[in-house]
Design a protein around this ligand. Structure first.
Ligand code: SF4
Length: 238
């Protein structure tokens, strides 16, 4: 159950306490941020600290009258937390070339860029992004609204995946993309989704309703920037 009257907090089962989830793009956190999380947890006697599936840290069991003070002392961006929020929910990423021996692309850097560019966009429903530095897909790219798979030849862009009640494996819309092409093509897809998506319709249902062919036609063929940046033939989808 969500209490919409409390900004950036989720009411818990006890109907009295709240959870908050600071924004931690791609799960990268500094020692100073960890210190502040630890300090507020001790000071306010927060009963649980939970690592979420989206690579974030939830502070759980907070009394309502402590929420603002805790946010202030954390000094971290307030993450999207409510199921009904219609925007970028989070960007998760695997270590990619920063640490993993299998990595062929910079998943963390790509994820940070995606978070920066798309964090304020308004959408029909929430959007989750999963980025993987290679085809093993540890960043859960095939079951996120927007997914990226790193390959030696560039990025593969996946849309319409979902891991929830009605799971869906996403569709690969283009391959061999540069970082700039990923950003531009994602923007194009999100613009298209923003225009034609129904209220609260997740990308999985949107892609099922319209079909991959129509979406590819709209976002690959009919945009000006494509003519300047690449040939369609180079973005094969097989
Ligand atoms: S997806 Fe590839 S690069 Fe990323 S953690 Fe898994 S094996 Fe490593």
């Amino acid at each position: 159950m969500i209490d919409d009257s409390i900004p950036r907090a989720i009411i818990q089962r006890d109907k009295k306490s709240y959870a908050i989830v600071p924004k931690i793009p791609v799960g990268i956190i500094t020692p100073e941020q960890l210190d502040r999380i630890s300090a507020v947890a001790k000071k306010y006697d927060i009963p649980a600290i939970k690592i979420t599936s989206g690579q974030r840290i939830a502070l759980v069991g907070i009394e309502e009258d402590k929420l603002e003070d805790i946010w202030h002392e954390l000094d971290m961006p307030r993450g999207q937390v409510k199921p009904g929020e219609r925007s970028l929910h989070y960007v998760q990423a695997c270590p990619g070339i920063a640490a993993c021996k299998y990595g062929v692309q910079d998943a963390i850097g790509m994820g940070q860029e995606m978070d920066k560019v798309f964090s304020d966009i308004n959408l029909p429903a929430k959007v989750k992004v999963g980025i993987s530095g290679c085809s093993f897909s540890c960043g859960e790219s095939m079951v996120r609204d927007i997914g990226l798979l790193g390959k030696k030849s560039g990025w593969s862009l996946v849309i319409g995946g979902n891991a929830a009640r009605r799971p869906r494996i996403g569709d690969i819309v283009a391959e061999r993309l540069s970082k700039e092409q990923v950003i531009a093509l994602t923007q194009r897809f999100l613009d298209f989704y923003g225009l034609y998506g129904k209220e609260k319709e997740r990308t999985a249902r949107f892609c099922e309703r319209l079909g991959l062919e129509k979406i590819q036609q709209a976002i690959l063929n009919e945009n000006e920037w494509l003519n300047h940046s690449a040939n369609y033939e180079e973005w094969d989808t097989d």
